[in-house]
Design a protein. Structure first.
Length: 559
């Protein structure tokens, strides 16, 4: 009696296990020819195929070609196969399965059959794909992120003769867009730029978002002609106006390029990582040259980058060590040849590096944000100097100060300036602030700040006029006093520069702006500008920038 109970209990356990397997696993049995012999309820429940339409029919009618191929290999090799594959339901939708195919022998008949066990893992697979997307895809632009570079390298056919070209693309002055308009607008700009970059590439090209406003494009075996065409295409695509929330933004980019054979096996040949680093260095060089352009990497740039790092280290304490100073370049009335004002210019003599060019250190001040305290120091120093000159009886019509776009966007800029002028007891009408066209990204905000400066009594000039994206519509709306013609047009007076200079002078007069020509270096330039009735000029032809105590001497010598 005890033996009968024990057997029944075992049978019950086996029955429960079989039921549990049937509830969890999809089971299909087929013969040596691939004809289906058995299908359990779980399989029909998941796939929506009826047992009647499957039994006796070929395995290949109900499974993907990939599973069919593995079935064939299992039959031929007499070995078990396991893997994870995407499977198709009757309605055409897909699901993921963990699949095992095993050969079995019918001990009674001696026939061979094959059992396919499937467990649906769609939810797990989607979760894995989501995690992978977070790890390898940039969530904002949907471009591959920098982690994908390793995958790209592994997917490459590592041929030694495969030359890779790296484009390191950085959006110019993106921090100003973020700070001035907010991160939502900045994000939309990045999304638009990424879409434009994708539109410029071919299937075999690889582009990814590297970091922040930086993108990297990798090309294989491209000629110099193709590379130059691609560069011009990229710059033109990025330069198109971007409209976000009724704002029209003009965005540019700086691009650095490097080339090499990273798969040659030669240790002297740069790896992909080194090529990216070299392209980054070249991009930085493009920014130093004025942005909105491209540069190819050279060994000289490596040395320049080392110097830049040294400058960055030293510049943080330069203000505290009183290493900054100001010089002044006279502004000359071209009709009377008399000094009517001066432009203040920042200089830096470092304890270790000596005299450093403003072209080197001004961009670093802007990138580090140090331009805010240094700019405030300049305004304080100029105000004190203006007061000193006036006490000596030297009343210049204007003393101009260059204002960085980052300074101008500072919400406390006007309030701080008002305090500085009040403390120095200086009439604001003697001060003129020079801003570039790029500063006026947000016309509405810029207009308000310019009107606040006008109410304060301070004058405003547009520096380097003609090199940006000015439009007559906004020039007429803004309280601007002066246009300064960029030196590059004065240098080009023998060619097309005359057309541009004449146009700016004529436009300035019609809008009742004062027009100043920068960079006058010879008598021919002076005579031509005077003939065109340009109001004022400055340059080495009249005087180099000098210390403040030399201005009085020059002032009286030219009266």
């Amino acid at each position: 009696m005890d033996e009968i109970v024990k057997i029944t209990y075992r049978e019950r356990i086996q029955y429960d296990i079989e039921e549990a397997i049937n509830d969890m696993m999809m089971i299909v049995v087929f013969d040596y020819h691939g004809n289906i012999q058995y299908v359990n309820d779980k399989f029909t429940e998941v796939t929506n195929y009826a047992k009647e339409e499957m039994l006796g029919n070929s395995f290949g009618n109900f499974f993907t070609s990939e599973i069919s191929e593995n079935l064939t290999h299992t039959i031929e090799d007499e070995k078990k196969w396991a893997g994870e594959l995407k499977q198709k339901k009757k309605d055409g939708t897909y699901y993921w399965s963990d699949i095992t195919i095993s050969p079995i022998m019918n001990k009674i008949t001696g026939d061979k059959h094959y059992v396919l066990l499937q467990r649906e893992i769609t939810e797990r697979k989607e979760h894995e794909q989501m995690i992978e997307k977070l790890a390898y895809v940039d969530p904002l632009t949907s471009l591959p992120n920098r982690n994908q570079i390793t995958r790209w390298i592994n997917d490459c056919h590592h041929a030694a003769d495969k030359e890779i070209t790296v484009f390191f693309i950085d959006i110019d002055r993106f921090k100003i867009i973020n700070d001035n308009f907010g991160h939502d607008v900045g994000d939309q700009v990045l999304i638009t730029i990424s879409e434009r970059l994708k539109a410029c590439i071919q299937d075999k090209d690889f582009i990814f978002r590297y970091d922040g406003e930086e993108f990297i494009l990798l090309l294989e075996n491209q000629s110099m002609e193709d590379i130059n065409n691609k560069l011009n295409q990229l710059l033109a695509a990025i330069r198109k106006p971007i409209c976000v929330d009724n704002l029209e933004l003009l965005v540019t980019a700086s691009i650095g390029i490097s080339r090499g054979f990273p798969f040659s096996g030669d240790e002297e040949i740069p790896s992909i990582e080194n090529l990216i680093k070299k392209a980054d260095t070249a991009m930085y060089h493009a920014k130093k040259q004025g942005r909105n352009q491209f540069h190819f990497h050279t060994d000289n740039q490596e040395r320049e980058l080392e110097r830049t790092y040294q400058i960055e280290l030293e510049i943080h304490e330069a203000l505290e060590r009183n290493e900054f100073s100001l010089v002044y370049q006279p502004l000359i009335n071209l009709r009377t040849n008399k000094i009517v004002g001066v432009e203040s210019l920042l200089r830096w003599d470092n304890r270790l590096l000596g005299r450093i060019s403003p072209a080197e250190f001004i961009p670093i001040l802007e990138e580090t944000g140090l331009i805010i305290p240094v700019g405030k120091w300049i305004l304080q120093s100029v105000s004190i100097q203006m007061k000193s000159w006036q006490e000596q009886g030297l009343f210049l019509q204007r003393v101009s100060v260059n204002v960085s776009p980052i300074q101008f966007q500072d919400p406390y800029f006007v309030a701080d300036l008002k305090k500085i002028l009040h403390k120095a007891e200086v009439d604001p009408s003697y001060l003129e602030l020079e801003i570039t066209e790029g500063t006026l990204l947000d016309i509405d905000d810029s207009a308000k700040k310019l009107h606040d400066l006008q109410d304060l009594g301070v004058k405003v000039s547009i520096d380097d006029f003609g090199t940006g994206y000015s439009s007559l519509s906004y020039l007429k709306q803004l309280p601007i006093d002066t246009l300064k013609i960029d030196k590059s047009f004065i240098d080009d007076l023998d060619r097309d520069g005359k057309i541009i200079v004449n146009t700016i002078i004529s436009m300035g007069k019609n809008l009742q702006f004062r027009v100043i020509a920068e960079g006058i270096e010879n008598s021919d330039q002076f005579k031509y500008l005077k003939q065109q009735q340009c109001h004022e000029g400055q340059g080495y032809f009249f005087s180099r920038p000098v210390e403040s105590d030399k201005i009085e001497e020059l002032y009286y010598s030219l009266q």
